[in-house]
Design a protein around this ligand. Structure first.
Ligand code: UDP
Ligand code: UDP
Length: 473
């Protein structure tokens, strides 16, 4: 920067909206740009999520990625029952002036080649424009969800009832037909603010110069074929995944004793049971799961959380960890009866290490996209147990599309009964159906490795975007 000149090193400005599930894949993208393409990066986050976990995670990143925490904005004027998607969207809009200033300031010190925001941050494209930068979208979930959001504005115009009341499944080009009940949770009620925000985001996505997606063609091949084609009015789509967390993970204290236990089990014999970073079950559902696991006779590692109706506020998405000991909610005598072949862990395990372990042979999974990619990368077949966000539609895609998951039948009131759990657990761990999904996920694991290796298709996709950035955005 001598004589007032800026370093020629290309610099990318990024914004992750709240949730480690958004921040981690975006940070992985930043790491690739830094290590493989000679970039430096600034990663912006909202003040509302400046948690200790997030701080620790950001400070573990390479020094060529600078973290920038945006100023706090007040959301106290919003109704107290506002949905998480609404809160994130409003916060993004209110931060536009701050992001504009931050981008202008970055431009005085760096050769900034673009601005990348994620799925709830498309309104901040306006900040990029104001600062004279081109905006890009990073989509941390799959092509199915991207396709839904890109089509949502036109679907919305013709939608005369809520999705759940539709008699026919929703058919998106190249995607598995989606029963209305399984569609993205914030779209389930048209009268809610979050529904309107999602329609708005779908429109706004078209202002991106390009869309980078954390998925890869083989897991959703027909959707990939269609979205990779040029379509006027829609930005080009680049699948650059599967990006999963690498390097030192910020693991919570505890939870790692399960790895010693896994070491002592036979290969491929343990069913891992977990509902992501925030998922909880009701007490009734927890009981059904416990009895189902017990009567299946299979080995299991279950990450137990206090039930969502524990009455201590533990159902809050951002505070999934109950203050009470979750084991007190397990059925009487359950731990004693299953101690020879089951392990329960409270709240958190180092999941990637569990999935990578050779004794893990199956996963009862909430179908969050990060967990899904982690299980694919490690070749572990799934029993799909979706809870919220886009998890239900992911479950449809993983079972009926990719063929790597078995689906659980629910009772009319939504509860999965113990007999169904026992049946599907046995089917996955020792049945013919289990062999089929196991073979399929093993194939996908191979392809994912090919895809991500030096010179693989994911690298090529990213190189195309990088070339665009280096040419001047
Ligand atoms: N995470 C972690 N250690 C922790 C808490 C979270 O490594 O103590 C990481 C974890 O690897 C995962 C993500 O954070 O990828 C999920 O955290 P969070 O609960 O914030 O996710 P959200 O559901 O809000 O996206
Ligand atoms: N995770 C973990 N340990 C746990 C639960 C979750 O490390 O006990 C991590 C998991 O590896 C994944 C993330 O948390 O990276 C969850 O992200 P996902 O997108 O699957 O779902 P979310 O929790 O955000 O709904």
């Amino acid at each position: 920067m001598e004589n007032g000149t800026k370093p020629a090193t290309p610099h990318i400005a990024m914004l992750a909206t709240p949730g480690m599930g958004h921040l981690i894949p975006m940070a992985e993208l930043a790491k690739l740009l830094v290590t493989k393409h000679g970039f430096t990066a600034t990663l912006m986050t909202f003040a509302s999520t400046a948690s200790k976990t997030q701080q620790a995670f950001l400070s573990s990143l390479p020094s060529s990625i600078s973290a920038l925490s945006l100023p706090a904005v007040s959301l106290s004027d919003l109704p107290p029952d506002s949905e998480i998607e609404t809160l994130m969207s409003v916060e993004a809009v209110r931060l536009i002036p701050d992001i504009t200033s931050a981008l202008k300031e970055l431009k005085t010190r760096h050769t900034v080649v673009g601005f990348v925001a994620d799925l709830f941050g498309a309104d901040t494209f306006d900040a990029a424009h104001d600062a004279g930068l081109r905006p890009y979208l990073f989509f941390p979930t799959n092509l199915l969800t991207l396709s839904l959001l890109l089509h949502l504005p036109e679907i919305d115009v013709n939608l005369t009832c809520d999705f759940k009341e539709l008699e026919e499944p929703v058919k998106l080009p190249g995607c598995v037909p989606l029963p209305g009940t399984e569609i993205l949770a914030p779209l389930q009620d048209q009268s809610k603010e979050c529904y309107k925000w999602m329609v708005h985001h779908g429109k706004k996505y078209c202002e991106a110069e390009a869309i980078l997606v954390n998925s890869f063609d083989e897991i959703e091949p027909d959707a990939a074929k269609i979205l990779r084609q040029h379509e006027p009015g829609r930005p080009p789509v680049y699948p650059i995944g599967p990006l999963i967390q690498t390097g030192s993970t910020v693991d919570k204290a505890g939870g790692s004793e399960c790895l010693d236990w896994l070491d002592k089990q036979p290969a491929n014999s343990v069913l891992y049971v977990s509902f992501g970073s925030g998922g909880t079950l009701t007490k009734e559902q927890m009981d059904e799961l416990a009895y189902g696991l017990e009567s299946s006779g299979q080995r299991f590692l279950w990450v137990v959380r206090s039930p969502s109706n524990a009455g201590d506020g533990s159902s809050n998405y951002y505070d999934a960890e109950s203050k009470k000991d979750p084991f007190t909610f397990l059925p009487e005598g359950f731990r004693e009866r299953t101690k020879e072949r089951g392990m329960v862990v409270s709240s958190w395990v180092p999941q990637i290490k569990v999935l990578a372990h050779e004794t893990t042979g199956g996963y009862v999974c909430h179908c969050g996209w990060n967990s899904t990619l982690e299980t694919v990368v490690h070749g572990v077949p799934i029993i799909a147990w979706p809870l919220f966000a886009e998890q239900k539609q992911n479950a449809v895609m993983l079972s009926e599309g990719a063929g790597i998951a078995l689906r659980l039948e629910r009772r009319g009131d939504g509860v999965v009964e113990r007999e169904e759990i026992e049946r599907k657990v046995r089917a996955l761990m020792e049945g013919e159906e289990g062999k089929r999904v196991r073979r399929k996920v093993a194939e996908l694991k191979e392809t994912a490795a090919e895809w991500m290796k030096e010179g693989g298709a994911a690298c090529q996709s990213l190189s195309e975007v990088v070339a665009m950035w280096k040419k001047g955005g």
